[in-house]
Every structure is written in C-alpha cells, then in structure tokens.
Design a protein around this ligand. Structure first.
Ligand code: ZN
Length: 181
C-alpha cells in the first residue's frame, strides 16, 4: 500500500444515536468509531471537536448547525447499512484497498484495537486465562486469531468475515454501476 492510500484510511468517526448499525459496521471494518445510544446534540458536537472526529448524523438540523463542513456527513437513516457505508466512503474517497488493510483490526463492542494472537498455543492460553466461552467449533482449523485486551474476547475469521467481504463487494459494485446518491 502506498503512502497516499495509507493516509486515506486514517479516519475516525463519531455517529449520532440513530446510526448504531453504521457505527457497528465501521468498527467491523476497522475504523475508530465512537457511538453512544443516548447523547445530546451539544455533547455529540463537543466530543466531535475534542476528539477531532468526523460526525456522521442523520439529523439534518444538527448537520446544518455544524460550521466545520469537512467534518460532518449527513447519512439518511432510512438507507440500508451498506448504502450508509457507501455514502461515507464516497464522500471521503475510501477505497477497497484501504478497507482490506483495516478489516478485523478493531473490537466491535468497545472500539479498542485488537491484538494479533501469534499462535494457536497463545489462543489456548488466553481462553483458559480469561475463561473465554466463545470459541470456534473448528478451533484447530482456524489460522488467525485476534484478541480484545479490553473485553477479553477472541476473534477469528468465521461466518462474520464472509458477511463483511460480501458487504464490501456490494458497496463497490454499486459504485462501478454508477448507482450513486
Ligand atoms: Zn473490546
């Protein structure tokens, strides 16, 4: 990946309470994303400025009230999740290559960066140390594991991964066909 693409990937977001699905997917795709299920507009705006994040909002009034137009994106709540992602990616010029470098790097529950588990032995140690219940059925077939040091959760390439790859494909197929917004 060249330097330009690398820079393009480094976005962090904060979403309004209506865009929980988008926040979850941005984390799944590896983006640093803050989400609060209940937060006032004033607090949201304050956090956006303090943490220098891009605000994603489905509230036209809130969108219009933000002076820093480069740091706010209006995302209609009625869109499907992949359409919402497409709105954000088109606006920021986020590419498929960029996404491929980010997937699986962030915890969907707490937004912390995941650490790579170096071996199956290390995965076994983590499972017993933290009494982790959620493990893959085909444990010994899994090649790559990641771990959230905050939630003590184990991640691996499983069913969810297929959904992620399909969603990415969907987003960029739409783009090729020119079904823009
Ligand atoms: Zn976590």
């Amino acid at each position: 990946m060249n330097q330009k693409n690398k820079q393009r990937c480094e976005y962090s977001f904060i979403t309004d309470a209506m865009l929980g699905d988008l926040a979850k997917w941005l984390r799944l795709l590896g983006f640093d994303t803050l989400y609060f299920s209940s937060i006032s507009d004033a607090k949201l705006t304050q956090k956006m400025r303090e943490t220098k994040r891009i605000l994603l909002t489905s509230d036209k009034q809130l969108h219009n009230s933000i002076k820093e137009k480069n740091n706010v994106i209006f995302v209609p709540v009625k869109l499907s999740t992949s359409e919402k992602l497409k709105v954000v990616f088109s606006r920021l010029g986020i590419t498929k290559e960029c996404l491929n470098s980010l997937i699986g790097t962030r915890c969907v529950y707490c937004n912390k960066k995941l650490t790579r588990v170096s071996s199956i032995e290390e995965a076994r140690i983590l499972i017993s140390k933290y009494n982790i219940k959620e493990i893959p059925h085909d444990f010994y077939q899994v090649e790559d594991f990641w771990f959230c040091p905050n939630c003590k959760k184990l991640y691996w390439k499983g069913r969810m991964w297929k959904r992620i790859e399909e969603t990415i494909k969907q987003i960029f197929i739409q783009e090729v066909n020119g079904n823009g917004f």
